[in-house]
Design a protein around this ligand. Sequence first.
Ligand SMILES: [Zn+2]
Ligand SMILES: [Zn+2]
Length: 130
Amino acid sequence: MSVDDGVQVLEDELAGLAEMLTAPRRGECLMCFANRMLVNFGCDQTLRWARRYAQLRSPQAYALRRRLARRGVFCDCEIFANGWDVTVPTVRDLHGEECWPSEVAGCRGVRTGSTQPCSLWAPRRESRLR
Ligand SMILES: [Zn+2]
Ligand SMILES: [Zn+2]
């Protein structure tokens, strides 16, 4: 094996790693996946994480984009700003800021192919959008 081969192997491994890091976990719901990706990689003003989830998990979910748009969600961070909120009580951090409890980091699970959130998430009240 030459040095070049070694570099190629490493590049392949890194590509595989990036692929793995940005893939939904087994049974992970759209909201938990999007939240995890936003925490790690941020929002690029598009629905790239929602789209990626749908591509990998639920290619039949054509209506997802429309369903999100109806809730005022046009990029990934708006999923949580406008669309859905946690169903568990929020906690206060050291500075008194309201934040999500650590259990939000673990998905409660959905069946494969679903684009519904797990029980950690509930749609925000419609009135917020008006
Ligand atoms: Zn955003
Ligand atoms: Zn979940």
